[in-house]
Write a new protein. Sequence first.
Length: 127
Amino acid sequence: MFNFSIIIFLNLMYLQKFQTGKIIIDGILSENEWLSLTPITEFIEFQPEEGKIPPFKTEVFIGYDNENIYFAFKCYDDMKTIRKTLTKRDEFAMDDMVFVYLDTYGKEKEGYIFGTNPLGVQFDGLK
């Protein structure tokens, strides 16, 4: 079972088009394209306490160009309490993690899930 601390359901109003430049995927959000995006910051917990305001700030940035959609997360937390385990891909423990769920048909019944934990262990799947 996934242990998701924060979950958000997005709709098209959160998508912002990158106007110029090329995005470098390096974990550093320094390009003007990233800096021009308005972060999503209003989250509620799904687990461990559904409906609670999270104790730490999280910012999500979503941008797209003519070829790709990009997601970036800034997760502010106490480094001493972050849950993380270095494992093989798709094998993760009860770690802190971020994920993106793409409901491409808009039916809230099936979709694609992509995620990572703080150590970069990736997971993906179908719901």
